[in-house]
Design a protein. Structure first.
Length: 301
């Protein structure tokens, strides 16, 4: 991802409210159970990804990571599809997991990239070495994998898709573009999602997730309000800070409400120091429980 010039905000709060599906059961409007998302389990999934080594698109480790993601999703009972496509002399692979429930319902998408950067060009000492990507790549993937276990279909009035994008993170290296996988997926949609939530670089132990200027304002405000109600307002902060070109961008360009939950104040971005010891289970849990609670309440209001 890179900083991108700010876009004009679209005020869609009334439109989003009008588009929510009907409540299936009155009990869904006020879930009483504690969130099931487990930050420790999610953090273990960061560690497991880094054990594959460096995972740039087209590498054996990157492909093995994709196979592992598929196995994790299938073990959780999700239906898995892949999108393979050639790019810059290698084969990239997006992974889409669909919640185990009937088709035909409104679709919402949660997304993250799982590839890592070929070279640590922001590292002042070792710019030619690869990036481990514990936060930039593995953290968002870890959140989605834990959500695959934590989300309960009967509490969510949507068909949830979990999208794992390849070829996001090598922009400006050797002729590569940014956000290649998500751009490919957005251009090949057969179903238009009601909204898209991207989680990227959200495992930083010193977490600061601000409003992002190119995200849909109404959807973003609703998410951050859930975070505040859960007591996370000091780390998921309702103030504008950055403007990003990220995996939400291709969907936003189609007019789909899309939000980027990203901590771009991470000091180890695109350096060799982006390792698992810089991440924390508490940070992952705050993001995971915010998204989980949002999905269980937003459509049922």
């Amino acid at each position: 991802m890179i900083k991108y010039p700010p876009l004009l905000f679209l005020i869609l709060l009334l439109l989003l409210a009008a588009c929510r599906p009907a409540v299936n059961s009155p009990e869904l409007a006020a879930p009483t159970r504690p969130a099931l998302f487990d930050g420790k389990e999610a953090h273990q999934r960061i560690i497991e990804q880094t054990q594959f080594g460096f995972r740039p698109t087209g590498s054996p480790a990157g492909w093995a990571t994709g196979d592992w993601i598929i196995e994790q999703l299938q073990a959780a009972g999700w239906r898995v599809e892949t999108q393979e496509f050639p790019y810059m002399g290698v084969t990239a692979r997006n992974i889409i997991a669909k919640m185990p429930r009937s088709d035909g319902e409104p679709v919402v998408m949660l997304g993250a990239h799982y590839d890592t950067r070929m070279r640590a060009d922001q590292d002042p000492e070792r710019p030619d070495e690869p990036v481990m990507g514990a936060n930039d790549g593995a953290s968002g993937t870890a959140v989605l994998l834990e959500l695959a276990w934590a989300l309960e279909p009967d509490k969510i009035p949507y068909q949830v898709w979990l999208a794992f994008f390849d070829a996001e993170d090598n922009g400006h290296l050797d002729g590569w573009e940014w956000i290649v996988g998500s751009t490919y997926m957005a251009s090949h949609l057969t179903v238009r999602p009601e909204f898209v939530i991207i989680v990227d670089m959200i495992g930083d132990a010193e977490q600061q997730v601000y409003y992002e200027r190119n995200s849909d304002p109404a959807l973003m405000q609703a998410l951050w309000q859930v975070a505040a109600e859960l007591g996370y307002g000091d780390t998921i902060i309702p103030e504008y800070r950055h403007s990003m070109l990220d995996d939400h961008t291709p969907f936003a360009r189609l007019g789909i409400p899309a939000v980027d939950m990203i901590d771009f104040d991470y000091p180890y971005w695109h350096t060799t120091a982006d390792t698992a010891d810089k991440t924390s289970s508490a940070s992952l849990e705050r993001i995971g429980r915010t998204v989980e609670t949002f999905l269980e309440t937003f459509g049922n209001e």
